[in-house]
Design a protein around this ligand. Sequence first.
Ligand code: CA
Length: 249
Amino acid sequence: MERILIIEDEVPMRMALQDYLAAEGYRVFAEADGAAGLARALEEKPDLLLLDVMLPKLDGFALCAELRRCGRELPVLMLTAKGQVEDRVTGLDAGADDYLVKPFSTRELLARVRALLRRSHRDRPAAAPLRLGEVCIDFQQQRAWRGRQELHLTAKEMAMLKLMAECPGEPVSRDRFLDVVWGYGAFPTTRTVDNHLAALRAKIEPDPNHPRWLKTVHGIGYRLERDPENTKNGVILQNRDNHPPPSGP
Ligand code: CA
């Protein structure tokens, strides 16, 4: 399920956007000021940002520029007030992908959101295989190997690994696993995440009781360990043509 963050200080507008996009099947969350919005965007990594320009604490331009400075490439749709022609240019300069002038129709909003999400899926590079010591995981084919022996990972286990591999070294919270891997509307508990993670460790760790790759982050969730000896291992290998991969580093 695609996740949209709305940053808008006007309550009626925020509520309307939230209700409308949720009804369209998006997972929606919202913040009312720029500082909280930036923190949330960095933490939750939404698929799209709906960003008002005039915001308390940090305006939409500064927020967007800061996101880009942090290397975040999610699509940003700016909401600008009527008559502020300069806003459009400033917004695009700050790294916004598109803009909507208030007031706008919900149909137009939805069309822009869909177009931006489509474009961002197309531009996203296919996930390269992940190499963890002897284990290689190919997200494209949804297959994994230890050396030449194929491992059988479930779709959920694959999705959990992929989520951690997107930002190696960074903790992924149990709530985020539930959000991204299980989706809104399913009602698993955080214990479900732990159980699946344990199953994943049993399959890919050399010693599941002393995990080398899938580390627990106490009070938060889990993270994928970077390989300290070789940054290519444990993160991404570029060559996707040689399967099954050679065993060992
Ligand atoms: Ca505003």
